[in-house]
Design a protein. Structure first.
Length: 256
């Protein structure tokens, strides 16, 4: 092997720097470690890696738009979604450990919107011991991901991931639209501000919540803070193909 061949091999993610796919992933899935575990048929360990990073590993495996593949240095990009599906199929059967109850913090957070963005924020905040309540205007959680066809995102996959989230002890309020102002007995933003230490509007720019009426102003691109003290809001999330991006939606929830 000559030096040029050696340099070519070295350029394919074997150096101890962050792989381009991990850097490009909005949730930074550890692709290198995932590939290592699956190469040894350690599917349960691979699934554990996904659970560590992703609030909804099975949902992501089925509908992620895979921005990681666009920056892969290999001649043929690694099919990350297929590896994730293998982890879910062969590694998710192990019984989950029952964790002892934790002492909650005193702070409460209200989240408006029960889609991927809002539920990711709810999951992350609950793990940090905050008391979290989700207010969803519809009768079910999931938001726009429920529009996927059954052959793309099977309903049992969707429900299993959401039910796993509910076991964390998050308060869920369905058929509970939140209004920017007093309107027909609906819950209002002012009410949520009084009852909670922070409020996260996770409906996106095209959602039902009228940010202009609420006087939220512009959303800070770094912190997602609005002009109203203690209120944060998500940005609209679309992929390069101008379609709703599941992985970017979850990233929005994690950033906030």
């Amino acid at each position: 092997m000559d030096q040029l061949d050696l340099h070519d091999i070295e350029s394919k993610c074997i150096q101890e720097c962050v792989p381009t796919c991990v850097a490009a992933c909005p949730l930074h899935v550890d692709v290198r470690s995932l590939c290592k575990e699956l190469s040894q048929e350690n599917f349960e360990s691979g699934y554990a890696l996904l659970k560590k990073t992703l609030p909804f590993p099975a949902i992501v495996a089925h509908i992620c738009d895979q921005p990681c593949r666009n920056v892969c240095l290999r001649n043929q990009a690694i099919a990350i979604a297929e590896l994730e599906k293998a982890c879910v199929q062969f590694g998710s059967g192990a019984e989950e450990k029952t964790l002892p109850p934790v002492v909650k913090r005193k702070q409460r957070v209200a989240i408006v919107g029960g889609g991927l963005c809002g539920l990711t924020a709810a999951s992350d905040l609950t793990r940090k011991r905050y008391t979290v309540a989700v207010y969803e205007s519809g009768s079910v959680l999931g938001g726009r991901i429920r529009s996927y066809a059954e052959n793309v995102l099977p309903r049992n996959i969707l429900e299993n991931d959401i039910n796993s989230l509910l076991k964390q002890g998050i308060e869920i309020h369905l058929n509970a639209p939140v209004s920017a102002r007093m309107e027909g007995g609906q819950i209002t933003l002012d009410q949520l501000r009084r009852e909670n230490d922070a409020v996260f509007i996770a409906t996106g720019a095209s959602g039902s919540f009228d940010a202009a009426v609420a006087g939220l102003g512009s959303i800070d691109a770094t912190t997602r803070a609005t002009a109203v003290n203690g209120v944060f809001a998500s940005l609209e999330v679309v992929s390069e193909a101008n379609e709703m991006s599941s992985i970017l939606a979850m990233s929005e929830g994690r950033i906030a």
